[in-house]
Ligand binder design. Structure first.
Ligand code: ZN
Length: 199
């Protein structure tokens, strides 16, 4: 990469930090942008800048939103009695694609990973408990990914929530082990939700 001019090096370095983009792909993308017209490159950089300035976390579910509260939290046709707990904001979009969940969401923003120093305090667990204390939720559906960390997080939350008397369920493993809620197709997610079991 030393042979590249500094502005290209800088862009390649930034693009390489994106998930799934190695240095080779980053270099290809950087050259593509260099060759494309200035308008195109500016539109991309504006879109990235707008992402950070126009989106914030919904105060209820903690998903990203332009409006406060977000459209899902604000929808009067959804029930407050079911709360689906997911790892990442993008998981709510995947669940909505499945199309048959009519409750609310809560985004944890990660999973427990003690070895990486991620405990409950680093996740939105206190916010979850605060919502449960409001007393409207009858069932918490744990929809963390079927990975080791996702399972450990679900078990931790189940233990934490059950003494309050709220029903706790876990989505079924229509999802492949090690899979990811975000990338599951609608039918698989729909089955996983229908086959959830009590914890
Ligand atoms: Zn929300």
């Amino acid at each position: 990469m030393a042979a590249l001019p500094a502005p290209l090096q800088r862009l390649v370095a930034e693009l390489s930090r994106l998930p799934g983009i190695g240095e080779k792909s980053a270099t290809r993308l950087a050259f593509f942008l260099l060759r494309s017209d200035a308008e195109h490159a500016r539109a991309l950089s504006d879109a990235i800048a707008a992402l950070k300035s126009n989106l914030r976390l919904c105060s209820r579910c903690l998903a990203f939103t332009e409006q406060e509260p977000c459209a899902l939290c604000d929808d009067p046709r959804r029930t407050d009695e079911m709360l689906c707990v997911v790892e990442d904001p993008s998981d709510t979009i995947a669940m909505e694609r499945a199309g048959d969940f009519r409750g609310r969401y809560h985004v944890l923003h990660g999973t427990l990973a003690p070895l990486d120093g991620i405990g409950p305090e680093q996740l939105k667990v206190a916010e979850l408990l605060a919502r449960l204390r409001e007393g409207r939720v009858r069932e918490v559906i744990l929809a963390t990914n079927p990975t080791v960390e996702g399972e450990a997080t679900a078990l931790y939350l189940a233990k934490l929530i059950k003494p309050s008397g709220v029903k706790v369920t876990r989505i079924a493993h229509g999802l492949p082990m090690g899979g990811d809620v975000e990338y599951a197709d609608g039918v698989t997610l729909s089955r996983a939700l229908a086959g959830r079991r009590e914890m």
